[in-house]
Design a protein around this ligand. Structure first.
Ligand code: AMP
Ligand code: GLY
Length: 434
């Protein structure tokens, strides 16, 4: 498609998504003088509902005709897509017009996240450093491979699995069990019918996110996410229990290397080999191995919970940055960031990540709102005059401070205002930086 026209001075936005990342996006956009009406795909999240109006129709990619007509009638100038599922389904393709920009890559580009075997192929073509891997669609062949190798490995559902589809295996027996979970018990549904088996890497992890306008790549400060449910980074993976930014584990020299060896070849290879123009956020989950940074995964969107601390530090107008990314003008704008560190702690329901309990009344939100920092809602709803839990990851409390230790103190001061029956959180977010 030809380049979209820039947004008018007042920009009506439809925000797709319902979690903490989207609350942070809505909060930041609502600070822009250019925001007109903010429409939401979600009609439940109490934090989001305080900032926008639910769209009066289902946001359904299978009913794009009605959705396009509604976007036209409400003069939606910009659609911002938070979650990977919506990108993988092709909302960006369906909703972009000459007069309506969509922030988020097209379906073919979103495959970098929604199809790990495709991402591995791109990485091989682009000579991007990553773990050795093989892809399987037959359980029997995958089993034979694991038995013959007899090494520590990582078994990954190739499709989208809400951050839970990578199973780190220390030995052959664990790997065989992981294969059964994916391909026999089909714990991840169709996402696990194809698996990628990867060599297990060692090192610290870091998330590097960039705004990409098709050509220019603008790296954001690095973050570190805590994916595991238990303190000291133990136990099963979750969608993320907390994150902080900037993460001192990666220095500026290594960031430059990551830009040159990961981001530039990824964007170039998509364009050259597949004629895919990547616009939006590109997120590389990296492991800093003794042999240098290697890619564990690509995501085609802002991270959750990384976005909450990242946007807490953004001083520039988010709408202007988004527009520049979509118009191919990232080289002409500069983003200003609060020099302080930001750290977000996820507050989760009892039973998360297996079977989160919902419906519990949340206390202390008013008290937290009086303090510096910000509490983002990930899964809440209003019912019976109270804000209640409505999912696994419920809130993300973000504190800012001079350095990670001070940001951590500020975040836990917010956490300590908030309670509900069965609330759980990790008390050690940021430990690797302290
Ligand atoms: P992914 O969804 O691919 O990012 O994987 C989720 C998590 O699994 C990562 O954040 C790592 O902690 C772990 N992981 C993934 N791939 C590997 C690997 N090749 N070696 C070691 N750990 C990995
Ligand atoms: N926090 C990890 C992710 O967004 O995938």
């Amino acid at each position: 498609m030809s380049k979209p026209r820039p947004c008018p001075s007042t920009c009506n936005v439809l925000l797709i998504g319902s979690g903490g990342r989207e609350h942070a996006l809505a909060w930041k956009m609502s600070k822009s003088k250019r925001l007109g009406t903010l429409w939401l795909s979600d009609s439940k999240n109490a934090g989001l509902l305080a900032l926008g109006t639910p769209a009066p129709l289902p946001i359904d990619v299978k009913d794009t005709f009605r959705l396009q007509r509604w976007c036209d009638s409400e003069k939606i100038n910009l659609v911002v897509i938070g979650p990977e599922a919506a990108l993988a389904e092709g909302f960006a393709d369906a909703l972009a017009t000459r007069d309506r920009m969509v922030f988020g890559p097209v379906k073919a580009a979103a495959r970098l996240e929604s199809d790990k075997s495709f991402a591995k192929d791109i990485m091989r073509q682009a000579a991007i450093p990553t773990a050795e891997s093989r892809t399987f669609t037959s359980l029997e062949s995958a089993r034979q491979f694991v038995i013959a190798k007899d090494d520590a490995c990582v078994v990954k559902a190739s499709g989208l699995a809400a951050g839970k589809g990578a199973i780190v295996c220390e030995n052959k027996d664990e790997a065989l069990e992981a294969l059964d979970r994916c391909m026999h018990a089909r714990e991840f549904g169709a996402a696990g019918d194809k698996v990628v088996i990867e060599e297990k890497l060692n090192g610290q992890e870091v998330s590097v996110l960039a705004l990409v306008d098709g050509r220019t790549i603008s790296l954001l400060d690095p973050c570190q996410d805590h994916k595991q449910v238990g303190e000291g980074d133990t136990g099963p993976n979750t969608g993320g229990m907390g994150a902080y930014c900037p993460a001192p584990v990666i220095d500026s020299k290594t960031m430059a290397l990551v830009e040159r060896d990961v981001f530039v070849p990824a964007v170039d290879t998509l364009r050259r080999e597949d004629e895919i123009i990547y616009r939006g956020v590109l997120y590389a989950g990296l492991m800093l191995t003794p042999g240098g940074p290697k890619v564990l995964e690509f995501n085609c969107r802002f991270g959750d919970p990384e976005t909450q601390p990242v946007l807490a530090r953004l001083e520039s107008d988010l709408l202007t940055l988004v527009e520049a990314a979509l118009a191919g003008r990232l080289d002409a704008v500069r983003a200003d960031w609060d020099p302080r560190a930001a750290l977000g702690v996820v507050l989760a329901s009892a039973g998360y990540p297996d079977e989160p309990r919902t419906g519990d009344a949340i206390d202390g939100l008013d008290e937290a709102a009086k303090r510096p920092g910000k509490v983002f809602h990930a899964a809440t709803k209003s019912a019976g005059g109270r804000v209640r839990t409505a999912g696994g990851r419920v809130l993300c409390a973000v504190g800012l401070g001079d350095g990670v230790a001070a940001a951590q103190r500020a975040a836990y001061e917010l956490v300590d205002c908030i309670r509900w029956d069965g609330m759980q959180c990790r008390r050690d977010i940021g430990w690797r930086a302290l």
